[in-house]
Design a protein around this ligand. Structure first.
Ligand code: NAY
Length: 297
């Protein structure tokens, strides 16, 4: 399998006014993303509200993105679930429909305390899609499991045949850098914090998965370009623009605000499902004003 490179958009899941899936919006979004320079899709993650969908909805959403993408860029399906058995079935489905990779969070209701136990969970899930590369999705702020990620990857290298990499969604750049070095740099470690992309590039990142790549891929591609050209002043100024944009969005419930922005851009993806709340009409106006102030619109 090939490593992921460039910007991977963590896709949104389109919902209608009735709160149900509205997957006819997917092809148009995929064209927008590929046209804006995105080089992969990460489906049903945090951004895609994977945890708020039924398994049937997750399968349909995965199918819609895989079919619309039609092999042009890699599509990774996030299958994490509190039920390890359910996650394994979702992984098997991802392999069946021709996805390019599978990724999973750990169960999070019962907290995982040790790297050994996490290996047991992930071996079970990754085994559902034995022919696909598997990426553990490390996002301790949301799962609440504080395991030693370096130890997990070291053990996983021996015990999970298709463990290919890691989606690293934490802010510890030094730990991220060490993950890249592990086992003779064997793992594809993908960065997950858009506001720190430049720092991650400096630490050796070659791929990043994020939500704001849905709306601002060209800005982030400019950061990568400036970084590669060694133009640090420019790279910092561009990253600063991204930070200001993210801070404006983060004034509101993040993913609901992102879905509101998609609407402003002409992609009606509805709003987020419970337990996330929608923005009020007034908040949507303020969001637009804040984004105008930072130069996004
Ligand atoms: C996903 O959808 O699974 C992700 O890729 C998560 C990455 C995002 N983190 C969260 C918690 O949503 O893109 C980031 C994040 O939205 C961004 O850095 C702004 O904080």
């Amino acid at each position: 399998a090939q490593r992921l490179t460039g910007l991977i958009a963590a896709t949104y899941t389109p919902l209608g006014a009735d709160g149900q899936l509205r997957l006819q919006q997917v092809p148009q979004m995929v064209e927008h993303l590929l046209g804006s320079g995105v080089s992969g899709l990460y489906v049903c993650g945090s951004t895609g509200e994977g945890m708020s969908l039924t398994s049937e909805e997750r399968r349909k959403t995965a199918e819609a993105y895989v079919h619309a993408t039609d092999g042009r860029v890699p599509v990774i399906i996030q299958v994490g679930h509190n039920s390890v058995a359910e996650a394994r079935q979702l992984a098997a489905h991802a392999q069946e429909i021709g996805a390019d990779a599978v990724s999973a969070t750990c169960p999070s209701y019962f907290k995982i305390q040790t790297a050994e136990l996490l290996v047991d969970c992930m071996r079970e899930i990754a085994g559902g899609a034995p022919d696909l590369p598997f990426y553990y999705y490390h996002i301790p702020a949301l799962t609440g499991s504080a395991i030693d990620i370096l130890r997990f990857m070291t053990l996983g290298a021996q015990q999970i045949p298709n463990l290919f990499g890691l989606k690293y969604t934490d802010t510890k750049l030094h730990e991220f850098q060490q993950c890249l070095q592990l086992e003779n740099q064997r793992f594809d470690v993908v960065w997950g914090c858009d506001e720190m992309l430049l720092g991650a590039l400096a630490s050796g990142s070659t791929g990043a998965i994020g939500s704001t790549y849905n709306i601002a891929a060209p800005l982030y591609l400019q950061i990568i370009e400036a970084f590669e050209a060694g133009d640090w002043v420019e790279a910092r100024a561009l990253q600063n623009q991204a930070i200001e944009m993210i801070n404006a969005i983060g004034t509101f419930p993040f993913h609901s605000a992102m879905k509101a922005i998609l609407g402003m851009l002409g992609y009606d993806f509805g709003t987020c499902r419970l337990p996330q709340r929608a923005l009020s009409a007034d908040e949507t106006i303020r969001l637009r004003q804040l984004l105008e102030k930072v130069g996004f619109f």
